[in-house]
Design a protein around this ligand. Structure first.
Ligand code: XAN
Ligand code: ZN
Length: 452
């Protein structure tokens, strides 16, 4: 260990993380050494004096209190930053009507950069507070406002993938771009993000969904993504009417996934929101490209879109993570997404054959952390506490005596075990259980300080 007091931090306390899909690894007492944002050493099953394990280097100790534990930061694979003002609104309509009635009118307001600035700084502040250390954000069609979103992500220290939305057809007639403007502004947006000079913030090619783009535009976007190996995000097979409409708009393609495949938009850096109605054939194509699906169970329930079968995606080798999908989803926390994923899967089991096994809490914890990292192909740098990865972490607090306003369901006055505390977090927890949030070793949100 070569660190100095300024750049070497050592956490001493319980640790939980996911190293495989169906098991949560717990350590009652571990030491995690963080130097220059990276995990340089993990000592498991610590006993005795810390110095015996760390030697005599200079470091700053952070000893966790009773009821606290370290957990990897959450990955939100799919959310819409401009839709936060509509959070919890308009859940009475199916997707296509909801877009026309609630979503497009709100997104049009982002022509005003001042409005965007106000909303976006609060969006990033609130997702960080909820423990989202990595977020994939859709913006709007407006390049300058979406750059404001990327700037807010950069300023506040989140790991963010940000996309200017592309749409040149099937809108409300007003919220739409010409193909050449869509491409030109996407290039300008990529340039804006590169000028942030922040490796944590990356641009994402973001065709809204198939029907909102002509084949020409989809293909141009595919070429652009390939030219810079950029991330891609879009929606797929969320709602039955949307799937039917997609067939009408692209009659030459055999299915929805093929619309993206022929456009060069299925890559190992593509995230597809939803994927509820994908056939086995489509799932196999998606898997063969290394493309991932963002499962958004809260959104799928409120818009009555359907239930995504995560087990089937897994059986076809499709990578899966979780998305909150604000504003079709009503809660911006990945803790809620874990809980919703459990709930919809349990509901599905009531009318499936006995072979269908609902998701388990270790599996949704995997989806929220390492699964999200794998979906982004970032498993070498984030997702758990392996040496060499960036320290993206949450300091979880389940002890009400540490904090009088702690929410009742998650406080523990008795001596619950570590894995019981993890269960309480997943099934009953919320932002109040997140005491501190770190991205790449930097404290970016804490219940004692607020991000600017
Ligand atoms: O959940 C969704 N939110 C959106 O904004 C959207 N646009 C197309 N398809 C969509 N689905
Ligand atoms: Zn969405």
């Amino acid at each position: 260990m070569t660190g100095t007091l300024e750049n070497c931090l050592v956490f001493d306390g319980p640790l939980v993380h996911s190293c495989s899909r169906n098991q949560i690894t717990t350590h009652e007492r571990a030491l995690v050494v963080v130097e220059n944002g990276k995990i340089t050493k993990v000592v498991e099953n610590v006993t005795g004096d810390v110095k015996e394990h760390l030697g005599s280097g200079k470091y700053q100790m952070k000893k966790l209190e009773k009821g606290q534990f370290l957990c990897p930061g959450f990955v939100d694979l799919h959310t819409h930053a401009p839709q936060f003002p509509n959070q919890g609104l308009g859940m009475d309509m199916p997707l296509l009507d909801w877009l026309q009635t609630y979503t497009f009118p709100l997104e049009m307001k982002y022509e005003d950069e001042g409005f965007a600035e106000k909303v976006y700084k609060n969006v990033v502040k609130s997702t960080l507070k909820s423990g989202t250390t990595t977020a994939c954000y859709f913006g709007t069609i407006h390049r300058k406002s979406t750059t404001r979103l990327a700037q807010a992500v950069s300023r506040m220290g989140q790991r963010g993938l940000v996309g200017k939305v592309n749409m040149n057809q099937n809108s409300n007639g007003k919220y739409v771009e010409k193909t050449e403007d869509s491409m030109k502004e996407t290039l300008n947006f990529i340039q804006d993000v590169s000028e942030l000079n922040n490796p944590l913030v990356e641009p994402v090619i973001t065709p809204r969904f198939a029907i909102s783009c002509s084949m020409d535009l989809l293909k141009e976007l595919g070429k652009l993504a390939a030219s810079g190996n950029y991330y891609i995000q879009t929606h797929i097979s969320e709602n039955k009417a949307e799937v039917e409409f997609t067939k009408e708009v692209f009659p030459d393609q055999p299915n929805y996934a093929e619309v993206y495949n022929v456009s060069g938009l299925l890559t190992n850096k593509t995230i597809l929101g939803h994927g509820i109605y994908l056939s086995d054939e489509e799932q196999k194509v998606i898997a063969s490209k290394g493309t991932a699906v963002a499962h958004c169970p809260n959104s799928n329930t409120w818009l009555k879109s359907g239930i995504c079968d995560v087990r089937k995606l897994w059986s076809n080798n499709v990578k899966v993570g979780l998305g909150t999908d604000i504003g079709a989803g009503s809660v911006s926390s990945i803790i809620d997404a874990m809980r919703s994923a459990l709930a919809v899967s349990i509901n599905k089991s009531f009318y499936s054959s006995e072979d269908y096994k609902p998701l388990t809490y270790p599996e949704v914890f995997f989806l929220a952390t390492l699964g999200g990292a794998e979906a982004l192909n970032k498993q070498e740098s984030i997702g758990n506490f392996m040496v060499g990865k960036d320290f993206d972490a949450l300091l979880i607090d389940t002890e009400w005596q540490n904090r009088p306003d702690m929410n009742a369901p998650t406080f523990t006055m008795t001596d619950h075990s570590l894995i019981e505390r993890v269960q309480k977090l997943i099934y009953s927890g919320d932002d109040r259980n997140i005491a501190e949030v770190y991205v790449c070793g930097r404290l970016v949100s804490s219940r004692n300080i607020s991000s600017k």
